[in-house]
Design a protein. Structure first.
Length: 305
């Protein structure tokens, strides 16, 4: 991903951090409606027939801003925090993997090497992602959580991200903001192994003979990003279902206990509730994420390094 650059030094790390932030913002605006549908279907699987039913009912009841784009602000914070730390850590972990593998440059890392760097980088990004995604998921499923207290046709009371954060801190303290951290690790670390591995392997495959994978162009970069995104979500979706249940329903059970309970009461396919809207959203979202990341990084590198 760093091409001919060595991925070291303060400037390069800052460029990775900034480019990851820009990519995170672009990802949210492309993917938020389907992410909302995904969270609703994961946490309340019996309420909706399918992705289309969930999308239309959400739109009719709460509209675009408070319905399909619910939780956008914490989603932006979550994705900027996650992707800025993730891509900065990824560059540092590429250097670490290159040193361990005794390769002179990160440009010589294999897809497996890059996948390993992604696995390690996700450990650090999980700490920034967990609290912000907790708020996002709670806001996205607010109607379903409060439905027993709502009269027919009544709108969900408006709750800002800041009000919800203060409420959690007041009732549960700082540990409450990290509910679901274990399942976040279980999702993020193997997920980003497949994410970066799929992305880098796809770029290698699409490069012409004698062409650097950094020069394959924006369209092929977007395709590689989409492949990485699909690989990530297909591999780790059960862990994401468990994480969403724990966070939205404020469960105090362990990840294993929640997983066993879901399997016992709802069966194996419950771990894939919401996969369809996730794949629908991740193809354009990760395509945009990587093309914004790669080309903003390239521009900043030319300007400042």
């Amino acid at each position: 991903m760093h091409g001919k650059g060595e991925g070291s030094g303060f400037k390069t790390g800052l460029i990775d951090f900034t480019a990851g932030s820009l990519g995170g913002v672009a990802l949210v605006y492309v993917s938020q409606p389907m992410d909302t549908v995904k969270v609703k279907m994961q946490t309340f699987p019996t309420l909706y027939k399918n992705m289309f039913d969930c999308t239309m009912r959400t739109f009719k009841r709460d509209g675009v801003v408070r319905g399909l784009y619910a939780g956008t602000i914490p989603a932006i914070v979550a994705n900027v925090a996650e992707n800025s730390v993730l891509f900065a850590a990824y560059g540092a972990c590429q250097n670490l993997v290159a040193a361990v593998a005794r390769k002179p440059s990160v440009s010589e890392l294999s897809a497996l090497d890059n996948a390993t760097a992604g696995f390690l980088a996700a450990f650090f990004s999980s700490f920034t992602l967990c609290p912000t995604e907790l708020i996002k998921c709670k806001l996205q499923a607010l109607r379903e959580v409060q439905q027993n207290n709502l009269k027919p046709g009544e709108k969900v009371p408006k709750v800002s991200p800041w009000k919800l954060t203060r409420q959690i801190l007041r009732t549960e303290g700082i540990p409450g903001m990290f509910r679901g951290l274990t399942s976040t690790f279980a999702r993020e670390m193997p997920g980003y192994f497949f994410f970066f591995g799929g992305y880098e392997a796809s770029r290698d495959l699409m490069a012409e003979p004698g062409q650097s994978k950094d020069d394959i162009g924006p369209l092929k970069t977007m395709v590689a990003g989409a492949v990485g995104g699909v690989a990530l979500w297909t591999a780790i979706f059960p862990a994401d279902v468990i994480k969403s249940r724990i966070q939205v329903q404020s469960l105090r059970l362990s990840m294993t206990q929640v997983g066993v309970e879901i399997f016992r009461k709802e069966g194996l396919m419950a771990f894939y509730n919401g996969l369809q809207p996730t794949i629908v959203r991740t193809i354009p979202a990760t395509a945009v994420l990587f093309v914004v990341y790669e080309y903003s990084k390239k521009l900043m590198t030319e300007l400042f390094v």
